[in-house]
Design a protein around this ligand. Structure first.
Ligand SMILES: [Zn+2]
Length: 337
C-alpha cells in the first residue's frame, strides 16, 4: 500500500521536530482514539484488527508516546497539572465481550490502559444495541425487496438487487438518528416482522456483552469502565427527563455494580447532532468529569471537558501516525489559514 511507504519518513519528521516548535504552533495536543469491535464482520478468527492494533501499540512504545487513561487526562486538566509528554488515550465503546476477551490481553502486553464505555442495560443483558439490531435484521433477511415503516410512519423501500446491505443499513441508521427515539426498542419488533426475521429471544453470540465480573477485572487490571447511557438511544432525540435518565441512570448502575467505575462519559454515536448543550449541562452538573464525542480532533487546552473530541482508530498506519502526532492538527491549522 502506498501509504505504508510513508510510515518511515513521517516518523522521522515527527521525531525530529522539536517539542517547543509543535507547542508554539499548535499548543498542547492529546489524541483520544476510539475503537469498536476487535474482529471484522463475524469471523472471530480474523486477526487483522488485532494485528494492526498490535503494530500501533508497539509504535507508541518505540517512539516514546505515553498512554494514559481518559480519567487521568481530565484530572490533569482540572488540576492544571502538566501532562506527560506525548500523551495518548485509548477508548472502546459499547461493552462487547471481545472488548474484554480479545482487547484486554493485547493492551496489557503493551502496558497500555484503556477506557471501556459500556451500555448499562446491555451489560445487564436486558437489551442489545438498537443499531446492531438493524444490522442483524438486514443481514438475516432473505427478502429481495424491503419495505420498512419507521417509527414516525414514513417508509423506506430498498431493492437488494441495486442496494448493498451496507448501504441499506447506513440509510436506516441515518434516518433513525433523525427521529424521536423514545420507542426505539418497542419499534424493533415491527422491524423484524417487516423483514420476516425472527426477533432473537436472546442476544446472539456475536453481539453478547462482557459480564459485570469481566468489567470489574478490567478495572482491577488498571483499565477503566465508564458509562455510555442505559440503552444507546440518541440523546438529542429524547425528552429532557429521558436524556438525563440515560446519563445519570447508567452512571448510577455502574457505581452500584462495580468498585471504581470511572466518572467519564461517552455520547452514543457522538456526532455533533447527537447531543447538545442540554446533555453537556447534565454532565457538568453531575459527578461525571467529562464527556467524549466522535467529532474528530485533538484535545487542546481550549477544549471543553463536556465536549472532548475523539479520532476513530484509523485502519492504516499512516493515518494513525498523523493523528497520534501533530501532523493532523498542523494540516487543520494550515487549511484554515
Ligand atoms: Zn456506542
Amino acid at each position: 500500500m502506498f501509504k505504508d511507504k510513508l510510515v518511515k519518513p513521517i516518523t522521522a519528521l515527527v521525531n525530529l521536530t522539536p517539542d517547543r516548535l509543535v507547542k508554539s504552533f499548535c499548543g498542547q495536543l492529546v489524541p483520544i482514539f476510539f475503537l469498536h469491535r476487535m474482529y471484522p464482520g463475524y469471523d472471530v478468527t480474523d486477526r487483522s484488527i488485532v494485528q494492526h492494533l498490535e503494530w500501533c501499540l508497539e509504535y507508541i512504545r518505540k517512539n516514546n508516546y505515553h498512554p494514559i487513561t481518559l480519567k487521568e487526562l481530565v484530572l490533569s486538566r482540572v488540576e492544571q497539572r502538566t501532562l506527560p509528554k506525548k500523551a495518548v488515550v485509548f477508548t472502546l465503546d459499547d461493552g462487547f465481550y471481545d472488548q474484554y476477551e480479545i482487547a484486554e490481553p493485547l493492551f496489557k502486553k503493551f502496558d497500555t490502559p484503556y477506557t471501556c464505555f459500556v451500555i448499562s442495560e446491555f451489560l445487564e443483558q436486558k437489551l442489545w444495541p438498537w443499531d446492531d439490531q438493524i444490522r442483524y435484521g438486514i443481514e438475516n433477511s432473505k427478502l429481495s425487496v424491503l419495505s420498512i415503516d419507521l417509527p414516525d410512519g414514513s417508509r423506506l423501500n430498498f431493492s437488494r438487487v441495486s442496494d448493498t446491505d451496507e448501504a441499506i443499513i447506513a440509510k436506516i441508521h441515518h434516518q433513525l438518528k433523525l427521529l424521536d427515539q423514545t420507542h426505539m426498542y418497542a419499534w424493533l419488533g415491527t422491524f423484524y416482522q417487516q423483514l420476516h426475521v425472527e426477533q432473537p429471544a436472546e442476544i446472539p453470540e456475536h453481539y453478547r456483552p462482557m459480564t459485570w465480573s469481566q468489567a470489574q477485572k478490567l478495572i482491577d487490571g488498571g483499565n477503566d469502565i465508564a458509562p455510555h447511557t442505559q440503552t444507546h438511544r440518541i440523546l438529542s432525540r429524547l425528552s429532557d427527563i429521558e436524556s438525563e435518565q440515560e446519563i445519570l441512570g447508567s452512571w448510577n448502575m455502574l457505581k452500584e455494580k462495580l468498585k471504581g467505575a470511572a466518572p467519564v462519559f461517552a455520547y452514543p454515536t457522538g456526532r455533533i447532532a447527537d447531543y447538545s448543550e442540554r446533555e453537556m449541562s447534565t454532565i457538568s452538573q453531575s459527578e461525571l468529569t467529562c464527556a467524549v464525542s466522535t467529532v474528530p480532533g485533538h484535545v487542546k487546552l481550549a477544549s471543553k471537558n463536556e465536549n472532548l473530541p475523539r479520532f476513530v482508530f484509523p485502519d492504516n498506519r499512516f493515518d494513525f501516525i498523523q493523528y497520534l502526532s501533530y501532523i493532523e492538527a498542523m494540516k487543520e491549522k494550515i487549511s484554515r489559514h
